[in-house]
Design a protein around this ligand. Structure first.
Ligand SMILES: [Zn+2]
Ligand SMILES: [Zn+2]
Length: 577
């Protein structure tokens, strides 16, 4: 069983209990457990299977939770969960996905209007019934309708980070099947899009029935939906459908190119084939009836006069211009990162102490980090006022002296308030070694005000970088609206750096914004926003987003060795004073 499946069950349990109005402490314990397991780099199932290991050794996992995890791993569910599911329809839990609709409101809608699905919710909002409910009103009904529209747009896609571990496991599983020489995932997964709607696997195998049998037998597969000679469609327990195609060696490259997409990219590639009197399809590149090539992607691209193009760039944006002019960027790799400039500790809402975070960063091979706890506005996360922040920094100074092999910056994640002022005074910010300015609240303000807020931060000499630029949570909360060209222009002029927040739900700034930042020469940093010692695991998703934006290692400041990074940061700061 995948960690993400266990996480999902705990999230569902917490949702159900919340709808039932249960004890908030227990609910939080389940949510924290979900987060701990979700962040965990190793398989929980394996820990359970290993008699020398104890689940209780994991942070935040007590006796009760350990027993529940054990039950989930061995039975696939929990009696308590099954009981709750029988009382609260799945459609009611689904309502929690509507932005701004919490468990209390979902419970009220269920109990008073018998709403049990998103479709019914929409009808009741439109009929005016929701507006009449106590505690709702016309404004709430309207915002629920907007939330529903946003959800529809997002569709049934999972975060890349939820799918990648399972996809890798399935690929490894199939590679072990005798007679299999190659297996790869194509589609938007290979292009490292931030969400995945379904999976496409391609295999090169001497015995196609054997590969399909191996896939059907994998515990992550819920059901075989379709099976032919060379194609199999399955439903995964994770909630995705997946196609496996077994293709002949002479077609492998053409098929990989075809199924990787994007559609728009492939239209251009096919057009170039036609211009050369060729025909390109998933079976190969043909002149009349004769196959010219198709075994590798490289030869397919070469035949249409192009160098091989990295999958992340295949969106019909700039890649063809670059390819033709010989200026395709050498994209950044996950291993290029040497630092991480955004993380939290127990001083605010992190689960690790300063020491634990430093040691975890060291263990990952990072050479420098910035500790950036929250400022006071984020009271929910116990944000720091000037006094507590100075004490926190003093503590960092003492502790970092014990770690000569890593540089630790005294940082702050400073809120940009709704009234376009910063959450901490300039004299405090001046003492920081790294200031990340961010929007957390008032994300629905008009574009002009959001822009004004960001410009305040950009014009403040102490601010080094703008974190999670738009505040979006993919599929849950839309990006704040702003005059993006003006914001980026301002950042370029003021020498500010732009963060790619690597959290799988954020990946903010997104690929298009990052591409624009590259054009403007805005330096980028890729940060984990780690809230625990496992939180660094997500860094690679930030790197994928950077690749989709066409970034090389040289565009990303935290690929630099410490000495050069520090010089760049000092230069940035001097220019600003
Ligand atoms: Zn934040
Ligand atoms: Zn943060």
């Amino acid at each position: 069983m995948q960690n993400s499946e266990i996480t999902r069950l705990f999230e569902e349990l917490a949702d159900l209990l919340e709808i039932q109005g249960e004890n908030p402490f227990r609910i939080r314990a389940y949510r924290n457990a979900a987060r701990t397991l979700g962040d965990l780099p190793e398989s929980v199932s394996q820990i359970v299977a290993d008699t020398t290991r104890q689940l209780e050794d994991l942070p935040g996992i007590g006796k009760d939770l350990a027993a529940k995890i054990q039950t989930i791993v061995t039975t696939g569910t929990l009696p308590q969960l099954e009981e709750l599911r029988s009382v609260v329809p799945a459609g009611v839990v689904e309502m929690l996905r509507v932005p701004g609709l919490g468990p209390k409101k979902a419970a009220a809608l269920f109990q008073q209007l018998q709403v049990t699905s998103l479709a019914e919710l929409k009808t009741q909002c439109e009929s005016g019934a929701v507006a009449k409910l106590k505690g709702f009103g016309a404004k709430t009904a309207q915002s629920i309708l907007e939330g529903l529209a946003h959800l529809e747009q997002a569709g049934q896609r999972l975060y890349l980070a939820e799918v990648e571990p399972l996809a890798e496991e399935l690929l490894a599983h199939l590679r072990r099947v005798p007679g299999v020489t190659r297996v790869e995932a194509a589609g938007s997964f290979r292009r490292r899009r931030e969400t995945v709607g379904d999976l496409d696997l391609l295999a090169l195998a001497s015995d196609s029935a054997g590969v399909m049998q191996a896939l059907a037998g994998h515990p992550a597969v819920e059901k075989v939906l379709q099976q032919g000679e060379t194609k199999q469609r399955v439903r995964l327990k994770l909630g995705l459908e997946m196609d496996l195609r077994v293709v002949p060696a002479e077609s492998y490259g053409a098929a990989l190119q075809y199924f990787t997409g994007s559609k728009d990219h492939n239209i251009v590639v096919r057009q170039r084939a036609i211009e050369r009197g060729l025909k390109l399809n998933e079976y190969g590149l043909f002149r009349g009836e004769t196959r010219e090539c198709g075994a590798t992607e490289e030869e397919v691209y070469a035949a249409v006069g192009l160098p091989w193009i990295a999958p992340e760039l295949r969106e019909a944006r700039r890649e063809f211009d670059w390819a033709i002019s010989g200026s395709l960027p050498t994209l950044i790799e996950p291993g290029d990162l040497k630092g991480d400039l955004h993380m939290h500790t127990t001083a605010t809402d992190g689960a690790g102490t300063i020491r634990e975070m430093i040691e975890a960063a060291l263990a990952r091979g990072l050479k420098y980090i910035a500790i950036t706890d929250h400022s006071q506005r984020v009271s929910m996360a116990n944000g720091l006022d000037a006094g507590r922040l100075r004490k926190h920094w003093a503590e960092i100074e003492t502790i970092r002296a014990d770690y000569p092999h890593i540089h630790v910056l005294k940082g702050i994640e400073c809120d940009i308030l709704e009234d376009a002022t910063l959450d901490l005074p300039d004299d405090v910010l001046a003492e920081a070694e790294w200031v990340l300015a961010v929007l957390h609240y008032g994300l629905k303000q008009p574009a002009a005000q959001i822009t004004r807020r960001l410009m305040t931060a950009i014009e403040n000499p102490h601010v080094d970088a703008i974190g999670h630029l738009t505040g979006r949570l993919i599929g849950k909360r839309p990006a704040a609206e702003m005059d993006l060209p003006a914001v980026l222009q301002g950042m370029a002029q003021q020498g500010k750096w732009l963060e790619i927040n690597a959290h799988p739900a954020r990946l903010d700034a997104d690929d298009l914004t990052v591409a624009q930042a590259r054009e403007l020469g805005i330096p980028v940093v890729i940060n984990s926003d780690a809230h625990s010692v496992q939180g660094f695991e997500v860094l690679k998703y930030g790197v994928y987003q950077a690749r989709r934006g066409g970034l090389s290692a040289a565009d990303v400041m935290n690929t630099l060795a410490w000495g050069e990074f520090h010089r760049r940061l000092q230069r940035r700061r001097r220019a600003d004073h």
